[in-house]
Design a protein around this ligand. Sequence first.
Ligand code: AMP
Ligand code: ZN
Length: 298
Amino acid sequence: MKIDLHVHTDASDGTESVETVFARASELGLDVLAISDHDTTSNWGKAAEAAVANDMGFIPAIELTTRAILPAEDGSTIKFGVHLLAYLPNPNDEALGRSMRESVEGRVSRLQEITEKIAKDYALTWQDVLDQVQVGATLGRPAVADALIANGHFVERGEVFETIWFKGSPYYVPNRTVPETREAIELVRAAGGVPIIAHPLARSKNFGAEGDFPEAHFEAMIEAGLAGFEVEHREVEEGSRRWLREMARKHDLITTGSSDYHGQQGKLNEIGENTTTLPNLLRIIEEATGTSPVNLPF
Ligand code: AMP
Ligand code: ZN
């Protein structure tokens, strides 16, 4: 059984339609796919149809943008983005829906700010960015990257991220209108969903060096209702994986493995390059009360 629980489409920053994504997954021998676009459920309907058409299972999911705010030793606070996968939440839950709308709206003004900063140094307009996405898609930095590529400044997204959004970059603006991570965990649980941290400790500018893991932060998230960690992900280093597996064992949490596919032009990640075991998927399904999986092959 091949199960990939983290895949993006053109409802957010994936470069392919949900139909293309399912057809590719089917060719690659996948049995179950979760579609987890950023802060939106807008492709769930099409995904359910594509799953049936390709004789595959579909797990409705969202990747929520959240922000962790932790006290630092010197009395200041550390803030950083945390992506939270929500499996099988009720898509009509009012509080979750409101939170997602605020995130999506905030992403628009944030990307406008980012675009203005970049436009001081590169030929780039807001319309160039909008031209890169479907109407209604959740906007993220990949749309800006695609516009810079279309304008001939770069060749691919990875190059843009390395050149433009390095640590301490003047072109970076955080997502400010998103829920605090523990609050998001509680929102997902209240909507009957199963919250799992996406690629924990990856891309972290604050943590990640072995021996320097933020245990109190993880324990606070578990206390708030966190269900598990996406351990097998290309951006989670082996030392982090070992630590996360031990945390999961200690607290009896779910662990998953996923590709975080963004399309052939989006990122190197390929569908099914990491997978989740059936027992872990079954635990997710057992804990969920928000909505049902579609067309499962077991
Ligand atoms: P944002 O949501 O605006 O913070 O942008 C984050 C998105 O950019 C995520 O979907 C990432 O997968 C994507 N991303 C981050 N780093 C890279 C990279 N080096 N190449 C391509 N996409 C990236
Ligand atoms: Zn993510």
